[in-house]
Design a binder for this molecule. Structure first.
Ligand code: SF4
Ligand code: SF4
Length: 430
């Protein structure tokens, strides 16, 4: 049979993609775990349906149509299906390759162009964060919101997602361990968007790591992890970003590369899948550890203690932490170090919240429907605080809470832990 496309993506020719799709025995056991199928009951919105569509596209039996493309676009890449598949179908690989197939046959879309131009350029990101900080702290914010300009430019949703932006500060290249007994050195992965809008989590991670006796490198030349590119059909750009990170961390004598956002950590642990012949990518992936997993695995110095917190705290398990890294137990272990805290799982944690990278912007209807379930679960939990290991989930859920007029803070588990740390990590050090 003639193959429509000679090559899907780097190192994944159509024949290999077809080997992956062929593993699916169409049993349908994944269907009840798929959020988009759950909401629509449409086979095209299920993992089995999407695999069949990608298979048909790859072997030339199906033509690329807007409807087919829409079915692939509406996948959250949450990988809940992969997690339960008895045939070990690598759904994540299949959907990324399927989207690359589609992207090769149409011009880049606006959000893909923005992705490429903005998040891969740190100076631009930092400038953007500074402007946003000014915008939020001046009367411009109220003026723009009241003028209807946001609606006119289609920016209302983006504006609603913005958390309060703190002034951008450059992190040091190295933080020495606190106390006398040095345990080792690690390096911190800061990401792209998170490096400018979630600096409190990065500071918290540095505070906890140094308190536990680790020196922390923060390589300056590191950049975006490439996940958004990989999931939007741009594997070449994702590979280029991986190589940049490889170079940035190369040569450091470290025990681990620590990632705070699980949405970045998950793809970092899968860099080796981009090019299995590249030993450097494999070594890099093997060094990556999620901050909660790393902190839960080390012995803590006896003098590190936490101030009590008499609150119920719900844990939202991000899909990347639960379905890809399989490390969702660690935030609970860590938070239970705080005396008096009542840590509970957010009901329905197996289902995605709808954030899913750029999904919360590009697929607002499904994203909001899934978020509604999370807000209801949070209300039923009666928690006063929500923690999650992924910045995307935090932004999406927090925007929903603000919209609903609820004042529940959404933060990273290590931010909460660092807040309760005694003595507190001085902001002047970070
Ligand atoms: S992806 Fe796995 S669980 Fe889903 S239909 Fe295929 S074989 Fe069954
Ligand atoms: S990745 Fe998530 S949304 Fe996509 S098919 Fe699998 S379960 Fe459904």
């Amino acid at each position: 049979m003639e193959l429509l496309y000679p090559c899907v993506a780097m190192n994944l020719p159509v024949t290999d993609l077809l080997k992956h799709t062929d593993r699916c025995v169409k049993c349908g056991l994944c269907l009840p775990h798929c959020p988009t199928y759950g909401k629509t009951q449409n086979e095209g919105e299920s993992p089995r349906g999407r695999i069949a569509l990608i298979e048909g596209l790859a072997n030339g039996r199906l033509a690329l149509t807007p409807r087919l493309e829409a079915h692939l676009d509406s996948c959250l890449t949450c990988r809940a299906c992969e997690n339960v598949c008895p045939s070990e179908v690598q759904y994540g690989t299949i959907i990324d390759a399927g989207r690359a197939l589609v992207a090769a046959h149409r011009p880049p879309r606006t959000h893909e162009k923005v992705l490429n131009r903005l998040i891969t350029r740190k100076p631009l990101l930092r400038l953007g964060a500074r402007l946003l900080c000014f915008y939020q702290h001046s009367s411009l914010h109220r003026l723009v919101r009241g003028s209807g300009l946001l609606k006119l430019t289609g920016m209302t949703r983006l504006d609603a997602l913005l958390p309060p932006i703190l002034p951008v500060r450059t992190l040091q290249e190295y933080y020495s361990p606190l106390g006398v007994d040095k345990r080792g050195d690690v390096a911190l992965f800061t990401g792209c968007v998170a490096s400018v809008i979630d600096t409190q989590t990065l500071n918290a991670a540095i505070g906890l790591l140094t308190a536990c006796g680790y020196g922390v490198y923060v390589p300056r030349t590191q950049g975006c992890c490439g996940a958004l590119h990989m999931h939007s059909g741009a594997p070449q750009q994702a590979h280029a970003l991986a190589m940049r990170n490889l170079e940035a961390f190369n040569g450091l004598k470290i025990d681990a590369i620590i990632s705070t956002a699980s949405g970045c950590g998950a793809p970092l642990t899968e860099y080796h899948k981009m090019d299995e012949s590249d030993g450097g990518l494999k070594k890099f992936s093997e060094k990556v550890r999620d901050i909660s997993e790393f902190l839960a695995s080390i012995p803590w110095p006896e003098n590190v203690t936490f101030a009590p917190l008499e609150q119920r705290v719900a844990v939202h398990e991000s899909c990347s932490l639960r379905h890809v890294l399989h490390q969702h137990a660690h935030p609970y272990t860590l938070l239970r170090r705080i005396p008096g805290i009542d840590v509970v799982a957010l009901p329905g944690n197996a289902q995605c919240c709808g954030a899913a990278g750029t999904y919360m912007i590009t697929q607002p209807v499904m994203a909001d429907a899934l978020r509604k379930d999370k807000l209801a679960a949070l209300e039923s939990s009666t928690a006063q605080l929500l923690v999650t290991s992924n910045i995307g989930c935090a932004l999406h859920i927090a925007a929903g809470l603000r919209e609903a007029g609820q004042e529940i803070e959404v933060i990273h588990p290590v931010t909460l832990l660092a807040r309760q740390l005694q003595p507190r990590f001085s902001d002047t050090q970070a």
